[in-house]
Design a protein around this ligand. Structure first.
Ligand code: BES
Ligand code: MN
Ligand code: ZN
Length: 503
């Protein structure tokens, strides 16, 4: 899909479909047209108001009405989109309108659409925000994962070109830049989604490594893949203890993107890449275990973010580190009570083999130190407890540096890929006490997502570090089951803001 942004007059736009917004309000008609819709209505001799007067559009946010071949308009179709109450129009209503318009466009034969809802004022958000969200919203709605279906594939939608129309104002370079950033981010998020949705027999650690190599070749990134033997030599006992029973070979994948000054320290993203989490000997229950194919979503988001940053030639140095393996039971598997030695020399009593994410991450985090990072952010589907705490709306944020946490919170709000900060207080550390090793790998049921973060914090003391627990936000369950591509938009926005920050 091609996106462009242009100054356009709705009545003159020659397009397959004009997308126009309608607010709900307390007037006699019950609705008010946006400025663009007014102009189109006037040119069409009042045809839009007439349709609204017949009660054909509820104008609650998310409703749509398709009109065809209106006289006086150059466009073939008009799609009216309800924006909800004018006084309540904010981020949520804007995103709902973009989503509803996209879903309706999918059902039409229009190959080109001009969106006159993208430049509507959303609170204090600048136009660049609208542009990014509109592109991501349309791309999300048009995403399909049907590569493994052989039958009953729905036909591909006709739409190939989307113009974000700006009414009565010139398109600024800032808005153009936002469009390029958004397209690259959407491509990155789509990569993360597809890797997430791919089942574990397709998306193996080797597949992740091959994808990293492919991205590396396409965007000229250096990509290194460490094999089991090299990890053994380095002493990554924690990572290897998770991979022990799997027939699939573990991989430690490292991608280097250089877009900043030579001596500029890199932003390092570390992504959990468990391509399937059975729990190991501490086996998970059968219901919904298939969803553990998504346990590599952190890894997918790191690949997606690096791809996006490279595609837009972002002005910073960034490194992705991905520990990738399966967590399987079996004759060679790690057993509860086993004690392993991590890369940085600390010992861990593995009381539960299902708390494997922290075991692969602690070695990857220790490994990341060699890159002398400016900051390290890890991304992991780490704990079911985080889903209980924050549900499927906010990603859990933990950090050992409040300035970094504040930067991530601001980037998350900007990207509308939101996080909520959780405590990382010393008081929780004692839950990880072990009688036999330096620490246990679990801290009991209370504050499960906090003690998981506390575990990681023991390997990041010398770093400015943040941890994102995406267990609740990386994928959707139920009828809409599928990867969300989160937090690629957040990671990209954070990297760009961090690169451009003052002081
Ligand atoms: N990958 C899971 C976390 C998870 C569970 C994410 C459900 C999304 C949905 C992780 O490896 C895990 O199993 N964590 C355990 C930790 C426990 C054993 C301390 C959990 O959350 O139950
Ligand atoms: Mn697990
Ligand atoms: Zn896991």
């Amino acid at each position: 899909m091609e996106f462009s942004i242009r100054t356009l007059a709705p009545e003159k736009a020659t397009t397959g479909c004009l997308v126009l917004g309608v607010f709900k309000d307390g007037t006699a008609a019950g609705t008010t047209l946006t400025r663009a819709a007014q102009l189109a209505d006037r040119a069409a001799g009042g045809a839009l108001r007439e349709a609204l007067a017949q009660g054909d559009l509820a104008a609650k946010s998310g409703s749509t009405l398709l009109l065809r071949r209106l006289r006086g308009l150059a466009a073939e179709r008009v799609l009216l989109v309800g924006l909800g109450e004018r006084g309540e129009f904010g981020e949520k209503a804007f995103l709902e309108a973009i989503g509803a318009a996209s879903r309706a466009l999918k059902e039409t034969g229009a190959r080109h659409a001009a969106l006159f809802i993208a430049d509507l004022k959303v609170g204090r958000r600048p136009l660049a925000w609208n542009v990014r969200q509109a592109v991501l919203g349309v791309r999300e709605a048009f995403y399909r994962f049907d590569q493994l279906k052989t039958q009953k594939k729905p036909p591909a939608p006709a739409l190939t070109d989307v113009t974000l129309a700006v009414l009565g104002a010139p398109v600024t370079p800032l808005a153009q830049a936002a469009l390029r950033e958004a397209v690259a981010t959407a491509d990155g998020a789509e990569l993360a989604r597809t890797l997430g949705n791919l089942p574990a027999n397709h998306c193996t650690p080797s597949h992740l490594a091959a994808e990293a190599k492919r991205i590396g070749a396409q965007y000229r990134l250096k990509v290194e893949v460490l094999e089991r033997r090299e990890m053994e030599k380095l002493g990554m006992g924690a990572l290897l203890s998770v991979a022990r029973a799997a027939h699939e070979a573990p991989k430690l994948i490292v991608l280097h993107y250089r877009g900043g000054a030579k001596q500029a320290k890199p932003v390092v993203f570390v992504g959990k890449g468990i391509t399937f989490d059975t729990g190991g000997v501490s086996l998970k229950p059968a219901p919904e275990m298939d969803e553990m194919k998504y346990d590599m979503s952190g890894a997918g988001s790191v690949l997606g973010a690096l791809r996006a940053l490279a595609a837009m030639r972002a002005p910073l140095n960034a490194i992705g580190v991905i520990p990738a393996c399966e967590n399987m039971p079996g004759g060679a598997a790690t057993k509860p009570g086993d004690i392993v030695r991590t890369l940085d020399g600390q010992t861990v009593e593995v009381l539960n083999t299902d708390a494997e994410g922290r075991l692969i991450l602690c070695d990857a985090l220790a490994y990341a130190r060699r890159f002398d990072p400016e900051v390290v952010v890890d991304i992991a589907t780490l704990t079911g407890a985080c889903v209980i705490a924050l549900g499927h709306v906010a990603t859990g944020l933990f950090a050992n540096d409040q300035k970094l946490a504040d930067e991530i919170r601001a980037a998350a709000d900007d990207a509308w890929d939101r996080v909520w900060q959780m405590p990382l207080w010393e008081d929780y550390q004692e839950q990880l006490r072990s009688n036999f090793a330096d620490m246990a790998n679990i801290g009991g049921r209370p504050a499960g997502s906090v003690t998981a973060a506390c575990f990681l914090s023991r390997f990041t003391r010398k770093l400015r570090w943040a941890h994102l627990d995406i267990a609740g936000t990386a994928w959707k369950r139920g009828r809409d089951k599928g990867s969300t591509g989160r937090p690629v938009p957040l990671l990209v926005r954070f990297a760009l803001r961090h690169a451009g920050r003052k002081g």
